[in-house]
Ligand binder design. Structure first.
Ligand SMILES: O=c1[nH]c(=O)c2[nH]c(=O)[nH]c2[nH]1
Length: 300
């Protein structure tokens, strides 16, 4: 019986970095969390502790800072591509890289004198994400998967849920009017690597939000699929989108003990358990290789 080394990757996780663009008096800040992973032939260190091929995780962390110093951060997609290209190519033992970047939002503080030059307030809890992989053995081996998480939305009407089978233990009451709330995690695969990343992100986000708002929903599943379909219809450069949407239940409070009615006004916002609805939305004429999702955290 032999014991062998299987797939492996290594790097520095969660490099928290804030970059200040001071090129004008109106500063711009970029707040990110970067995880760098290298893939290649690292059998020597695993098998014998010979580190002669190991680009230290400390070096990977320093490279994140140095790239920000020399070229700024820009979009997280371009930053992740620059990072991957820094390692895949120059070092023969590094055959691939996986760079994950999350971006936290900051808004300029509004003062009576207008937007402040260098003071910011943390934006919503929503986080923009990207995972860039580069396979150095394939000339077309760069892949960008971008996304958003913790995009919390609610509609106070325009949502129904009925017609489900009444099997043993079914207690849920059918409703023609309920609150629908969820926290959207979405990731989408780009078919190229040369896009206006900011404009596309903004378009995907606004497309999802508009569909959530405008669809009269018969189930969260229907809403999820409609949001994904709208994105694919709107952005041709996206091959597939995956969505994970918890059903953040809002239960009508029974006030009858106090002789009060409750015409969909007072709700108990439960935090758990929650329904969890997840799906991939795909193009039937141009399917994305399922392998591109390998190692991308989330769902499906
Ligand atoms: O939109 C919904 N989908 C479900 O599958 C489900 N199940 C449930 O209990 N409530 C809901 N709501």
């Amino acid at each position: 019986m032999g014991i062998v080394l299987g797939p492996n990757q290594y790097g520095k996780a969660e490099v928290r970095m804030v970059h200040v663009d001071r090129s004008t008096d109106v500063h711009r800040i970029t707040d990110v969390n970067v995880t760098s992973q290298l893939i290649g032939d690292f059998s020597a260190t695993h098998l014998t502790g010979d580190n002669s091929d190991v680009i230290a995780t400390d070096t990977q962390k320093n490279t994140v800072y140095a790239l920000a110093r020399t070229g700024g951060v820009g979009t997280i997609e371009d930053f992740a591509l620059r990072l991957a290209r820094t390692f895949v190519g120059p070092y023969p033992q590094v055959t691939g890289a996986r760079m994950a970047v999350e971006q936290f939002g900051w808004d300029r503080i509004q003062t009576p004198d207008g937007p402040h030059d260098h003071s910011f307030v943390r934006g919503s809890a929503e986080v923009r994400t990207t995972v860039v992989t580069k396979d150095g053995t394939d000339p077309d081996g760069e892949r960008v998967i971008s996304g958003v998480r913790d995009l919390v939305v609610l509609k106070s009407t325009g949502s129904e849920f009925w017609g489900f089978p009444k099997v043993p233990y079914t207690a849920l009451v059918e409703t023609k009017d309920r609150i629908m709330a969820t926290s959207v995690t979405a990731r989408w695969v780009y078919t190229g690597t040369d896009l206006d990343w900011d404009a596309t992100f903004t378009l995907v986000r606004s497309t999802m939000l508009a569909e959530f708002a405008q669809l009269h929903s018969l189930s969260l599943q229907q809403t999820l699929f409609a949001m994904g379909r709208a994105v694919l219809e709107t952005v041709p450069e996206i091959g597939e989108i995956r969505l994970s949407m918890p059903n953040k239940h809002h239960f009508l409070v029974d006030l009858s003990a106090w002789d009060l009615d409750n015409p969909n006004q007072v709700f108990f916002a439960a935090d758990r358990p929650y329904g969890l609805i997840e799906a991939a939305v795909q193009r039937d004429d141009a399917p994305v290789d399922p392998a591109v999702w390998q190692g991308v955290p989330g769902f499906v």
